[in-house]
Design a protein around this ligand. Structure first.
Ligand SMILES: [Cu+2]
Length: 362
């Protein structure tokens, strides 16, 4: 027993020495490269500025100002309602990319590369199978960007090419495949561009319509990696934390817990349809609605068939799926990524069925 104690003690000393050595190595590396900041460089050629950084990384999870509750109430929640399909064979879509400060949790500000008039995510594009999308991207940002539609069958080097600051670029694709798809900036390093807010959803209705739904909501799941708490001044991307998949906040539609404070409404007996995209950049979303069962699940956005009576469906990063629930009993029904670390970081909302009494403990 005594020998064991000595052995454990020796191991502990070795571990401390290893951590100290790692710290010293990091300090040396930072001194050599000047890479004291973990913020990703705006310069494309220098995106490896965080190389040599070692663990531990600092978390700002849950850090909000004292008046967070009133800020959450005052926050205008992102409209989750699916917009209508425009008429005609050709649907013109215009997006302008813009560097802007966006609130991502109550009192937490972040320097995004996002979408003018929307922030992050970008606008929901809704078309019908067979329509042609004419996409015009205007780059109002400071560095090159691009746009990659997962719904398109098109040569990426042609359509998803980099657009220089100040330029516009237009390309067309036919929406041949129904489903709910991600779109995102595909400029390198893609991890940084998605982590900074350059993503959104496109819904392509099947030519043969899905069963009727009474309410249709679009949820884009994503996570944020912060180099500061974002309270006194906006945070920027911590590329080392993005590489390590150590998010500070996870969200639906860009803002932590926004549909807890501002629930999505439904009437008892409604069929409620969720179009869910996991934008990542890295995390999947394990979609589940507490207090019910997913009546229909179009998994991996395959619109030709649905599964019935499913509890939880994994939506992979870069993927999408469609879910129907029909709830008769009034109440507050949380929708979550059932990977609960992500609920803790803000990827949770409420479906408010009818006018329920009481509150929700989740
Ligand atoms: Cu970009």
């Amino acid at each position: 027993m005594l020998l064991l104690g000595i052995a454990v003690g020796a191991l502990a000393i070795a571990a401390v020495a290893a951590v100290q050595a790692a710290d010293e190595a990091r300090d040396d590396a930072q001194a050599a490269t000047g890479a004291g900041s973990s913020q990703v460089s705006q310069d494309h050629s220098a995106h490896d500025a965080t190389a040599g950084q070692s663990l531990p990384l600092q978390s700002f999870a849950g850090a909000v100002p004292a008046n967070a509750a009133s800020l959450a109430k005052a926050h205008q929640a992102t409209d989750a309602v699916l917009p209508p399909v425009p008429a005609g064979d050709l649907v013109r879509v215009q997006m302008t990319l813009k560097d802007m400060v966006v609130e991502i949790a109550p009192g937490v500000k972040y320097n995004t590369w996002a979408f003018d008039g929307h922030g992050a995510p970008g606008p929901v594009v809704h078309v019908r199978q067979g329509q042609t999308v004419e996409m015009t991207l205007t780059n109002g940002g400071a560095i090159p960007h691009s746009i990659d539609f997962h719904a398109a069958r098109i040569a990426p080097n042609v359509a998803f090419k980099d657009v220089a600051p100040g330029d516009s670029f237009t390309f067309r694709f036919e929406a041949t495949d129904p489903g709910v798809f991600m779109y995102h900036c595909g400029t390198k390093p893609v991890l940084a561009h998605i982590a900074n807010g350059m993503y959104g959803a496109i819904v392509v209705d099947p030519a043969t319509p899905l069963p009727k739904a009474d309410k249709e909501y679009v949820l884009v799941a994503s996570e944020w990696y912060l180099n500061g708490d974002g309270i006194a001044e906006p945070a920027s991307l911590d590329m080392a934390k993005a590489r390590a998949t150590m998010p500070d906040w996870t969200t639906f539609n860009g803002y932590a817990n926004q549909y807890v404070t501002h629930p999505l409404p439904a009437d008892p007996g409604d069929t409620v349809r969720f179009y869910v995209v996991a934008a990542g950049p890295t995390l999947d979303t394990n979609f589940h609605v507490v207090g019910t069962i997913l009546d229909r699940a179009w998994v991996d956005q395959d619109m030709t068939r649905f599964e019935r009576g499913v509890q939880t469906v994994a939506v992979p990063a870069g993927g999408g799926a469609v879910f129907d629930v029909k709830i008769d009993q009034p109440g507050l029904y949380p929708f979550v990524s059932n990977a609960f670390a992500h609920v803790d970081l803000g990827q949770v909302g409420l479906l408010k069925v009818g006018d329920p009494k009481g509150s929700m403990s989740h």
